[in-house]
Design a protein around this ligand. Structure first.
Ligand SMILES: *Cc1c(COP(=O)(O)O)cnc(C)c1O
Length: 385
């Protein structure tokens, strides 16, 4: 049955436990399952390959992204690593130039050693993407909105571009979440998530996911999932499943607070630039409006006349926003991309994509927006309080 988003977030993949009527999917804390004779079982053999709590989560995630298949991983990086295993030496990947720092590190420090070539381009510029594609290109790796400069790539246009080539189109949908954007419906082949962020939403789990529609790709990815074994335990799967039940409410509040914070910062005298795709003058605004159902709670700022010391001083004065890695939780966080999320990039690479030393990235949480604005006002005030 085709239920709406909120109903799917609460029910998809789940039914009351047939043996007890328990409304919540139990935490199947078991590594193995009894077989009535060798090979005769109820669909579960060993928990690296499958577990009922994890299965409920995977089915729910698939439903939310509009996909047939879901796979949960022990981290977002494990999900990305599994996708990259589809490649062979000599293959090329075209990827966005301002990727999540951890993805960039996995590509350049691990997979390049195995003879895979990565070409980094500005995905907002389709000509650059087209020029980067060769007969060896096997994968297009897209992040939109990007981290931390919140650039927007046109997923449908990129799909059309790679369609005639034999290229797997992957979208890291972590920043938007399925509430705001469904890349499979826009032509992508695989959606990847760091479920650590908005999907779980409570900063208490590290987990990743892949969602897709093609049986052939699913078969391959599921093989690596079980063979390489970076699958999550049932306790974490349970927590993420519980987090998903409020995804729609949380995302609505993140978008509302994001709008208020971005607009407040836009006119602040201490701020040189605010990156947020909801602004009419954001270069990707029209595309964001077309492919997203809201503009999200991620806001990046460049401080006016601030060196590294002054940037750190401001960051350390927040009381509600906590200086921390990660994003997408109910609590507001502030990150210094140049030394935190993007610390593994060289200065030249960082500056090329606009990750400046006087930039801060805000993950706007769902606290009362008046408290968030007050916190920003105090932290940005000229004199120490
Ligand atoms: C956090 C993050 C990842 C990595 O996920 P982990 O769960 O930390 O392993 C990948 N992509 C994006 C956009 C992220 O924010």
């Amino acid at each position: 049955m085709d239920y709406k988003f909120a109903t799917k977030a609460i029910h998809a993949g789940q039914q009351p436990d047939p043996s007890t009527g328990a409304i919540m999917t139990p935490i199947y804390q078991t590594s193995t399952y009894k077989q009535s004779a060798p090979g005769v079982h109820l669909g579960y053999e060993y928990s690296r390959g499958s577990n009922p709590t994890r299965r409920a989560l995977e089915d729910c995630l698939a439903a939310l992204e509009g996909g047939k298949y879901g796979l949960a991983f022990a981290s977002g990086m494990a999900a990305i690593d599994t996708v990259l295993r589809l490649l062979k030496p000599g293959d090329e990947v075209v990827a966005g130039e301002d990727l999540y720092g951890g993805s960039y590190r996995l590509f350049t420090k691990v997979y390049e050693n195995y003879g895979i070539r990565f070409v980094f381009v500005n995905l907002a510029d389709l000509t650059q993407v087209e020029t980067a594609i060769t007969e060896k290109t096997r994968m297009l790796w897209v992040e939109t909105p990007t981290n931390p400069t919140l650039k927007i790539a046109d997923i449908a246009a990129l799909s059309a571009l790679v369609e005639e080539h034999n290229i797997i189109h992957v979208v890291d949908n972590t920043f938007a979440s399925p509430y705001l954007q469904n890349p499979l419906e826009l032509g992508a082949d695989i959606v990847m998530h760091s479920a650590t962020k908005y999907l779980n939403g409570h900063s208490d789990v590290v987990m990743g996911a892949l969602i897709l529609n093609t049986p052939e790709l699913y078969k391959q990815l599921r093989f690596y999932y079980n063979t390489c074994g970076a699958t999550p335990g049932p306790q974490d799967a349970f927590l993420c499943l519980r987090g998903l039940k409020t995804l729609h409410l949380r995302m609505k509040a993140h978008c509302e607070n994001g709008t208020l914070v971005a607009n407040y910062l836009k006119t602040h005298p201490k701020i040189e630039k605010v990156y947020w795709p909801g602004f009419l003058d954001h270069p990707g605004h029209e595309i964001a409006k077309k492919q997203m159902r809201g503009f999200g709670g991620m806001v990046s700022i460049v401080l006016k006349n601030a060196d590294l010391k002054e940037t750190f001083r401001i960051a350390s004065r927040f009381k509600v926003f906590a200086v921390a890695d990660s994003l997408g939780g109910v609590e507001s966080l502030v990150n210094h991309p140049a030394t935190m999320s993007h610390g593994s990039m060289s200065i030249a690479e960082r500056e090329k994509v606009g990750v400046l030393e006087n930039m801060l990235r805000l993950s706007v949480g769902i606290e009362d927006p008046a408290d968030l604005i007050n916190d920003l006002e105090t932290a940005l005030a000229e004199s120490a309080v």
